[in-house]
Write a protein that binds this ligand. Structure first.
Ligand SMILES: [Zn+2]
Length: 374
């Protein structure tokens, strides 16, 4: 009887139409990797009707690359349009990981309560991957010494291809996962070719399990042909970054549409507390960055809206990868407003579009950009 009463009580507090549906996650402090891991697993476990755990691979050190798919299951024989948000692959960019959790909180707790959120969950499959470089993140949390806390790369074993004025075979740990994709690769000069630089590209394209996992998942039958927008968050600079970045003044053919939507989203974010984002390619605004994840995805998949968001603070603040943690929620709130603009546009543009069912014999066709049908 006692157990029965407890069960009834549990249903009352965690029922679908109210109460807490996400595990506790404190967004007023910086969390460690185990909190992220527990949260992502917990939110999927507690909401099986519309949240599914996704493990897309493992890191160098064996940690899972975890995320969730948030969306009501598609009707029989139908495929839903998908969108992707991630907290990036740079170890020290802790705010971006937390903002990704803010997005999950918003979606899961708003479903069936907030009309707009309910529409997103029912219309789209929303993939959120808070941390795509957990090894580097864990390492960056082990010390406040700048060399560790400001770690950017993954934890690949030493590569020994560096050269200096009087020395060859200079060895260092780690690869910049956002230089490891096969686009504009094989740079011969510093910093991309030197294992001891922050931006070491790796010994060859996709040398790292973390970048291979993302590549394989966006090319998988689960996502390919229905992923319509992808936003990868980083810190910092207040930039809404368009493709391409491996070369200056190099753009996809639909750049005007990508730029127009980014401007619209940036205006919406500005309206909240006047956080001003610049819109453009990083190559044009800052200098070229080869081997980037989003450039590769834009070039090799039919995904239309592909962006990097460099969250606050702005570029004038030197080396400010980690804002004071009391800023995490305000940044989450304002960024979410921009994300809503992206999702609204995706829903509007794809309302008459039905991605076809993937079948075992559709492999060749899968490689054609289906969104051209729009
Ligand atoms: Zn970054």
């Amino acid at each position: 009887m006692f157990v029965y009463l407890l069960g009834t009580l549990f249903v009352c507090v965690s029922g679908v139409n109210g109460g807490t549906r996400t595990p506790y996650f404190d967004l007023t402090v910086y969390n460690d990797w185990p909190q992220f891991e527990d949260y992502v697993k917990g939110v999927a476990h507690d909401n099986p009707s519309f949240v599914q755990l996704k493990t897309i691979g493992r890191t160098r050190e064996g940690r899972p690359l975890l995320g969730v798919r948030i969306g009501k299951p598609a009707a029989a024989g139908k495929r839903k349009i998908a969108v992707w948000f991630d907290g990036g692959n740079h170890a020290r960019e802790w705010p971006a990981f937390h903002v990704a959790v803010y997005f999950i909180e918003k979606l899961v707790n708003g479903y069936l309560i907030d009309d707009k959120i309910t529409k997103y969950v029912e219309t789209l499959d929303i993939y959120v991957f808070p941390v795509l470089n957990p090894d580097g993140f864990v390492y960056s949390r082990t010390s406040s010494r700048a060399m560790i806390r400001q770690w950017r790369k993954n934890r690949a074993p030493e590569n020994c291809t560096g050269t200096g004025p009087f020395q060859t075979d200079i060895c260092c740990v780690g690869v910049d996962l956002n230089r490891n994709y096969d686009i504009g690769f094989s740079q011969k000069s510093y910093p991309f070719n030197n294992p001891c630089s922050d931006e070491f590209q790796g010994p060859y394209p996709f040398s790292e399990p973390e970048s291979r996992a993302v590549r394989d998942f966006v090319m998988s039958s689960e996502l390919y042909g229905r992923l319509y927008a992808l936003v990868s968050m980083h810190t910092h600079g207040q930039l809404w970054i368009l493709p391409y970045n491996y070369h200056k003044r190099t753009y996809p053919q639909d750049i005007k549409e990508l730029e127009a939507l980014a401007n619209k989203a940036a205006e919406r974010v500005f309206a909240y507390r006047e956080t001003k984002y610049r819109v453009g390619t990083a190559a044009d605004m800052l200098g070229t960055a080869t081997g980037g994840a989003t450039d590769w995805i834009k070039k090799n998949t039919p995904t239309k809206y592909v962006y990097v968001l460099e969250l606050p603070p702005d570029m004038k603040t030197w080396f400010a990868f980690q804002v004071k943690p009391h800023w995490l929620i305000p940044i989450g709130k304002e960024t979410w407003l921009g994300i809503e603009v992206i999702m609204d546009q995706v829903i509007e543009e794809t309302k008459d579009f039905q991605p076809t069912e993937n079948t075992a014999d559709s492999t060749a066709e899968m490689r054609s950009p289906r969104f051209k049908q729009l």
